[in-house]
Design a protein around this ligand. Structure first.
Ligand code: SF4
Ligand code: SF4
Length: 448
């Protein structure tokens, strides 16, 4: 009876992956030590720049604004530790193809917070005031994309939104931070969902959780009580169940049109971590200065789920987790399906960093490392069957190899969600996702 407003379905394609979540599953959220320094690149999302608002030598507290957005589709940036700005210099961005001007703050070891961050009554704030609060707090999607949340919560006037989906699927292997957040902060996530529903004037809220997290499903159900409009949906564990378009298809049997957005089918999707951050921003005016990160993989001695200040260097976090078990062979920011491999651990945690996954060099081969050689395509069509966007990865790759980006575009490469399913199943180990990311950038660069 509670399921009156959604139809269970399934999405085409996708893969069953070995999860490896047991390494960090149920490890309580623990605060990582305040870092000695933080690095804050002034590029957050999609190469959109942020304007520095402080100078070298300035002293800052936690929450001091250090950057202002240059356009509408961006958010301000805040200091995540107290101390002194010691450098403004260009560094290689850890996940975007650019060097980014970066603010380096050395800690004073005190952890002083700005006075404005304190509890307040937000119950009478208007929708506009709530949106402004979320924007001013620098909230972006914490699921990985880091898209500004206030934009996602501002659908065009001609779009009628009837459903909010709070995404707790966490389908990426190894990563368990959202799972633990749901176990420890269920009430706060629900309150964040109420704020989202108020902004969008929506009654129906679905908390989507995969069936490999039964305790999180129970916890959220208990916290919700007998609500007819706020419900928990238990979904099959299947990668990429947590991708927006696939989630909407599974829950509501609605298909987001090619090149379209969830808005187009009356839906807004927010990740549970983002929903929690929205709650903290509205209740405490707390800017996004920390997030939960899963540190895991057989290359780390003590896998953990940690509260980490944004900008903390990865090597400090690894040290807190007991160090490396062996010579590291690969370090990934994010999960192994959609994350970005790094060549150094002197890189900062970003707002979109859900995980730090380290593989021992000796174990890489067993996990199907991309270091293994690439062979010729054998036309097995496994990639086509696995693609949740119904693309033809092998065909797209053949166009891209010939630098025929126009044909790749005509065959919908721009719809690729970079989920990695095709590369995961490819017996020839062809680096399909790399090719599609490259093609998308070339299409944009060449204005095709
Ligand atoms: S990475 Fe792109 S092409 Fe490959 S399976 Fe995912 S959506 Fe399809
Ligand atoms: S899965 Fe790999 S080998 Fe098989 S058709 Fe696709 S690209 Fe070719």
């Amino acid at each position: 009876m509670l399921n009156f407003f959604f139809k269970r379905n399934d999405f085409l394609g996708g893969v069953k992956v070995r999860e490896y979540k047991e390494l960090s599953e149920h490890k309580p959220l623990t605060k990582a030590p305040i870092p000695k320094r933080v690095l804050r690149p002034y590029i957050q999302h999609n190469l959109v720049r942020i304007k520095p608002t402080i100078e070298v030598g300035a002293t800052v507290k936690v929450g001091t604004k250090i950057g202002d957005p240059e356009g509408r589709i961006s958010v301000p940036m805040h200091a995540s530790i107290s101390g002194k700005v010691t450098k403004l210099e260009d560094i290689e961005h850890p996940v975007l193809p650019a060097r980014a001007p970066t603010c380096i703050i050395e800690s004073d070891g005190v952890d002083l917070w700005e006075d404005y961050i304190k509890e307040r009554d937000y119950s009478n704030l208007s929708k506009e005031e709530l949106l402004e609060t979320i924007r001013d707090a620098g909230i972006v999607g914490l699921g990985g994309a880091a898209f500004p949340t206030h934009i996602k919560l501002s659908p065009p006037k001609d779009k009628v939104i009837d459903t909010v989906i709070i995404n707790g699927c966490e389908c990426e292997p190894f990563i368990t931070c959202d799972h633990q957040l749901m176990l420890e902060k269920s009430e706060e996530i629900i309150e964040g969902a109420r704020i989202i529903a108020k902004i969008l004037s929506v009654n129906k809220v679905i908390f989507a959780i995969e069936d490999n997290k039964p305790d999180a499903i129970d916890k959220m159900k208990k916290a919700l009580g007998n609500s007819n409009c706020y419900i928990v949906a238990k979904l099959k564990t299947k990668y990429p169940q947590g991708a927006e378009k696939q989630l909407i298809k599974t829950l509501l049997n609605r298909t987001v049109p090619q090149g379209g957005l969830p808005f187009d089918v009356g839906v807004v999707v927010q990740n549970v971590g983002t929903t929690f951050a929205i709650y903290e921003a509205c209740r405490y005016r707390k800017p996004l200065i920390e997030r939960v990160v899963t540190v895991t993989g057989n290359g780390v001695k003590e896998p953990k789920n940690l509260w980490v200040r944004i900008g903390t260097p990865v090597y400090e976090i690894i040290e807190f987790c007991g160090g490396y078990t062996d010579e590291p062979g690969k370090l990934i920011l994010g999960g192994p399906m959609t994350g970005v491999a790094q060549y150094t651990d002197d890189i900062p945690v970003l707002k979109g960093t859900s995980g730090i996954v380290v593989f021992k060099k000796s174990e890489l081969k067993k996990l199907g490392s991309e270091l293994s050689p690439e062979y010729d395509c054998i036309r097995c069509a496994r990639c086509i069957m696995a693609c949740p966007m119904q693309l033809q990865p092998t065909l797209l790759n053949s166009y891209i190899k010939k630098r025929d980006f126009l044909s790749a575009k005509q065959n919908n490469v721009l719809d690729c969600i970079e989920c990695g399913c095709c590369a995961y199943v490819c017996p020839a180990r062809i680096k399909l996702v790399h090719a599609f990311v490259h093609a998308k950038r070339e299409i944009k660069r060449l204005n095709l």
